[in-house]
Ligand binder design. Structure first.
Ligand code: MCU
Length: 407
């Protein structure tokens, strides 16, 4: 075990990878190589950033490449995921930068059960530090280290999210500039990636970086979904009551509104906050031009596991939209032969972001199977208690593809 005391040498990001050498307190260096989602996308599967002739009022078929070719294999899905990453960043979320030119990590055990992971990033003459705390269980970790849940909470230091005045405000923008196109949710995603970078190089923390989950509720559930979609090292994604802008689809939320429900739509959300890029406002009045929807965002997680939770008591969350959107996304896990890696539970009877005990068995099953290596635990959960009052969910109206079996 060692402490990282500084950065010996860093090469600025290259195509597809960031490389740096970290110096430990015994004078040894440790090399650091990590994939960069955005650059991977360009190199894995080229796509234009915009598809100017795209026009589809239904949910776009996730199994078609931008040039119309069908997605047939598991490798094709990796390529398709990269296309979706590029498109979603271009139209909706703003650009996710790779790692900073260099990082300094300090792990400080502050008590038996707590530690601080201080991460300083240096990039093109700017620097900033954030220092998440880690709570440890008692006892000894599994041989390969503790699993970890990264929970978004009310502290939005990385990127503020109060209202429009939060645009470009926060630690991320101290590093990349207030005019970075990245929305707050992309900034948080970037922060998750840096936490994982830091933990990968901090063995004394005894955390298994292959077993990291991300969660959050409401706006932070939207954020957790985006982190899971863009950061392939997230092993389990758990958005809670994320609603519109999360596990709901823009097209379906608008439909729900058109059917008479007061739900959050894309046109509202770009006025309300800075969760999406300024560019996204150019598309919210004609959703048909978006070559993706949030079933595509969620499907970027596949085949990695995801379970999302929704609350039928809050119409603003657009409950039909979440159910329909996750039903559409589910086809991708089905196509990959891992339908039970994708769960959805939609119940009522509790306040927004409260956790009813009745849901714990499903969450524990996902933890046990995917973070604690219990492969035989059943994780087939996909259900809604929603009473679709005036709104009608008719899958044929929205999903016009047959689910292929990707070999
Ligand atoms: C469900 O998430 C948001 C919602 O998008 C906003 O319109 C509302 O103001 O706040 C929700 C939230 O984050 O509640 C904690």
């Amino acid at each position: 075990s060692f402490s990282l005391v500084g950065l010996a040498r860093a090469r600025p990001s290259e195509q597809g990878e960031f490389a740096a050498e970290l110096l430990d307190d015994t004078g040894r260096t440790h090399s650091l190589h990590m994939p960069v989602a955005t650059r991977d996308a360009e190199s894995l599967c080229p796509t234009p950033a915009h598809l100017p002739t795209f026009n589809n009022s239904k949910l776009p078929n996730p199994f078609i490449f931008d040039d119309g070719r069908p997605v047939r294999t598991v490798a094709d899905w990796d390529c398709r995921r990269a296309q979706l990453s590029t498109l979603i960043q271009s139209y909706e979320s703003g650009l996710l930068p790779g790692p900073p030119q260099s990082m300094f990590v300090h792990f400080n055990k502050t008590g038996n059960a707590t530690a601080t992971l201080s991460i300083t990033s240096y990039h093109q003459g700017a620097s900033m530090t954030f220092a998440p705390t880690i709570a440890f269980p008692s006892g000894n970790p599994p041989r390969s280290g503790w699993p970890l849940v990264i929970a978004y909470d009310g502290n939005s230091d990385m990127a503020q999210q109060n209202d429009q005045s939060s645009r470009g405000v926060g630690l991320f923008y101290d590093l990349f500039g207030a005019n970075a196109s990245a929305s707050s949710m992309v900034a948080w995603t970037w922060g998750v990636s840096r936490i994982i970078d830091a933990l990968e190089r901090t063995p004394q923390a005894q955390i298994n970086t292959n077993k990291i989950a991300v969660t959050g509720c409401s706006r932070n559930g939207k954020g957790a979904l985006m982190a899971g979609a863009f950061e392939p090292r997230v092993a389990l994604t758990i958005p809670q009551e994320s609603g519109s802008g999360g596990d709901a689809c823009w097209r379906l939320s608008l439909y729900e509104q058109d059917q008479g429900s007061v739900v959050q739509t894309a046109t509202e959300i770009v006025q309300e906050n800075v969760w999406f890029s300024t560019d996204f406002a150019n598309y919210v009045n004609d959703l048909s031009v978006l070559p993706f929807d949030h079933h595509s965002l969620a499907a970027m997680i596949a085949p990695r596991p995801m379970i999302s939770y929704e609350n039928t008591d809050f119409v603003w969350l657009s409950p039909l939209s979440s159910f329909g959107c996750m039903s559409a996304a589910h086809t991708v896990w089905e196509a990959l032969g891992v339908a039970d890696h994708h769960g959805f539970e939609q119940v009522g009877g509790h306040p927004h972001c409260a956790w009813p005990d009745s849901l714990s068995p499903t969450l524990n099953a996902f933890f046990n199977r995917f973070l604690l290596d219990q492969p035989h635990v059943n994780t087939t959960f996909f259900q809604s208690n929603m009473v679709f009052n005036n709104v009608t969910w008719n899958p044929e109206q929205w999903i016009d593809w047959k689910t292929p079996r990707l070999a």
